[in-house]
Design a protein around this ligand. Structure first.
Ligand code: ZN
Length: 148
């Protein structure tokens, strides 16, 4: 009986990964790869398929939403217009932030350092602390992201 349930489970998994809708948008792949690299270097074995993470760029009608993670379905949606205007480093920040929610199950953290800069890349908006995510500081933020 247990075996049948297991087989059923496996075939469901296979049919899910075959579904083209359950995948990562090719434009986002390099940032997902970088997240995996950063996580693996910090003791994780990042596996987006095992977590059934999907990610898509499309137009989000609500102008106040630029990117979001649906924590239940593990679905990341990025607004097309916003994405197209972002620099490389800001794209990286956005994907790492959304994966902080969707992959690492983290909530927001708005604490700032004594100099006003954000302690975490999981801050809720640019208004709550000074964004300080740059090529030369990003490793510090990755340390905090994976091991808060
Ligand atoms: Zn967020």
């Amino acid at each position: 009986m247990k075996r049948i349930a297991m087989l059923l489970f496996v075939s469901l998994l296979i049919s899910c990964s075959d579904d083209s809708e359950r995948a990562i948008d090719p434009d986002l792949q390099e940032y997902f790869d970088l997240f995996k690299e950063a996580g693996d270097a910090r003791g994780f074995e990042i596996d987006f398929e095992a977590k059934n993470i999907t990610a898509e760029i499309r137009t989000i009608v609500d102008n106040s939403i630029l990117g979001q993670c649906f924590t239940n379905s593990k679905e990341i949606i990025i607004d097309r217009g916003y994405w197209d205007g972002l620099s490389e480093i800001d794209r990286e920040f956005l994907i790492f932030h959304e994966l902080g929610h969707c992959y690492l199950d983290r909530g927001h953290l708005d604490t700032d350092n004594p100099d006003g800069t954000c302690i975490s890349m999981m801050h809720s908006s640019p208004q709550v602390c000074d964004g300080n995510y740059f090529p030369e500081t990003r490793e510090i933020y990755w340390d905090e992201l994976f091991n808060p």
